[in-house]
Design a protein around this ligand. Structure first.
Ligand SMILES: Nc1ncnc2c1ncn2[C@@H]1O[C@H](COP(=O)(O)OP(=O)(O)OP(=O)(O)O)[C@@H](O)[C@H]1O
Ligand SMILES: [Mg+2]
Length: 265
């Protein structure tokens, strides 16, 4: 079955973010123009410090651009809760269930409806049995799944994910990648996913944006030709996948080297 794409459309024009502090000024991103289609799974790769997190934070409404515009055709945007970070960001003093429910309570969603939505979100990520657990009682993978449930429960037009699986061990990462792709295939939400892993970007996304070293600009956008639904393990073993991975690495390598040279100056 093809994916029913229902998420928000995003249009970013001439986006620029400059940070000014006592140490001087840093242009984190510059002249970023990007259109994201409704229900697209877009991945962003780029060297460390090129402004990937800055871009996501601005999209989430956690930071503000210096200039440029963002248009998102979803009601109630921006939504902080739609963001999933590398460390789950769960409140340690709340159970999984309370963490997931938090964003609904703060928005004044009525009790019965909130309970129903929490139930559905926990089921979606397979954590119903662990609803009463606290974050320290969970594995890293379960914490990230809780964070995903917390993002899904508010039914945002898009999910913003900043290296959500980077801190996991290799096996858990593979499992959660497959789960996320399955969730995306079920819900058709727009996903913007930042990663350091070309492999991860190609396994999951429709397109991969490659950014330049600081100041972060869009260097190239690659269409990922693999159809959905995807079998990630099979795909990662294919020759076509290996070739595309190498092509992207060639483009990225130059920027990674440039970023390293800057640091060593
Ligand atoms: N609040 C801030 N104040 C000053 N400078 C900042 C701030 N936030 C980010 N920066 C700078 O902006 C640049 C981009 O940072 P950002 O965190 O967006 O990079 P990134 O691409 O996410 O890097 P990484 O891959 O390491 O996570 C960096 O040079 C960083 O030092
Ligand atoms: Mg970052």
């Amino acid at each position: 079955m093809p994916v029913q794409r229902r998420g928000a459309a995003v249009e970013i024009s001439e986006l620029r973010r400059e940070y000014v502090s006592g140490q001087g000024s840093v242009v984190a991103i510059e002249r970023v123009d990007l259109k994201v289609a409704p229900g697209e799974f877009l991945c962003i790769v780029g060297p460390s410090g090129c402004g990937k997190s800055t871009l996501l934070r601005i999209l989430a409404g956690l930071d503000k651009q210096t200039s440029g515009t963002i248009k998102v055709d979803a009601a109630g945007w921006p939504v902080e809760n739609a963001m999933v970070f590398q460390d789950s960001g769960l409140f340690p003093w709340m159970s999984v269930e309370t963490n997931v429910r938090f964003g609904l309570d703060t928005r004044g969603v009525p009790g019965d409806e909130a309970s129903r939505r929490v139930e559905a979100a926990l089921k979606l990520v397979g954590l119903t049995k662990f609803r009463k657990h606290y974050p320290h009682q969970l594995s890293g993978g379960m914490r990230q799944r809780s964070a995903i449930a917390r993002a899904f429960v508010t039914d945002p037009g898009m999910l913003l994910m900043d290296e959500p699986f980077a801190a996991l061990d290799a096996q858990n990462r593979v499992i959660l990648q497959a789960e996320l792709v399955r969730l995306w295939e079920q819900t058709g939400k727009t996903v913007i996913y930042v990663t350091h892993s070309i492999e991860e970007a190609l396994l999951m996304g429709d397109r991969t944006v490659i950014m330049t070293a600081q100041p972060g600009r869009i260097k190239q956008i690659i269409d990922v030709p693999f159809p959905h639904p995807r079998d990630l393990l099979q795909l990662s073993a294919s020759a076509e996948f290996g070739k595309l991975k190498l092509d992207i690495w060639r483009v990225l390598e130059e920027e990674v080297n440039r970023a390293r040279a800057e640091l060593e100056q």
